[in-house]
Design a protein around this ligand. Sequence first.
Ligand code: SF4
Length: 334
Amino acid sequence: MMPNQSETMLSFDAVSMQFATGGGLFSKSRPLHALKDISFELRRGEILGVVGESGSGKSTLGKLALRLLDPSQGRVRFRQHDLADYRGAALKALRCELQMVFQDPNSALNGRMTIEQCLREPLQLHRRGTRAEQLTEIRRLLDLVGLPDSAMARYPHELSGGQKQRVVIARALALKPTVLVADEAVAALDASVKAQITNLLLELRERLGLSIIFISHDLPLVQTLCDRVLVLYLGRLMELAPHAALADGGRHPYTQALWRSSPLADPSQRMLDEALVAGEIPSPLKPPPGCVFHTRCAKALPCCAVTEPPAIDTSPGHRVLCWLYEPTDSLESP
Ligand code: SF4
């Protein structure tokens, strides 16, 4: 049964993140705007996809959700409490609630530890149960991710890529989190294993009521797996929509370009739309004025290079930042 999605687990409220880069004896440091003015909610039992090219701010968003970073502006809240207010024991307890599934199982798992040791480590660090109780818990975790008890005695190099990623997921579940951030968690896997791991995430969401932020550059995969999809470009939210609304390509020109440049797209359509996403992604150190996508957008209007588009709700729950959806009378003024 699908978990009730009415409770808000995590929320971003006008969050911006800047990093100072460069700087030295003879030069000033320059701000890099990794994220700007991002707002959304993650509901209980929801899988929210975050998609965009590299440099779009996806991983920064994941780190903010886990409180590995504090935002430069705005607030990130877990169950209505500002993450920045957590300290000491409360912060340690928060770390159990928010867990990460890493992209590369080879670097996420210590090759010198058996799978039992890998899974016992977080339980020991957080003093969860006696040794015997931990062993029972390790067996439960392996069963949850579809691995046999016999995997306990093995080392990571003795497992396949898919099995290793199952162990990484089991380890993330060891402290019974309510929110998982999966950052490119299936990017390193081949197609059939990718499908198995995404099915496993769906199963775990239903069995445990987990909320998941699924970060990926693969829009068709995200559209299939996730309940809602947030599209990022140069740290700005371009579109936030229920997954069904993206089945026909989405409304924002950048979402459309991502969709049509994917390997699943009809090749003839791909050729037609190449112009939509021509050119390189600009440097986040010097983002274009106006709409940050205007330098690559074949649908750009004169106002796009001058003024940032507002967030427009084109239908309930479907937000787009694009002048194309603004009523015509307000287009004349910017
Ligand atoms: Fe393209 Fe203008 Fe929309 Fe930006 S605001 S995506 S440049 S049409």
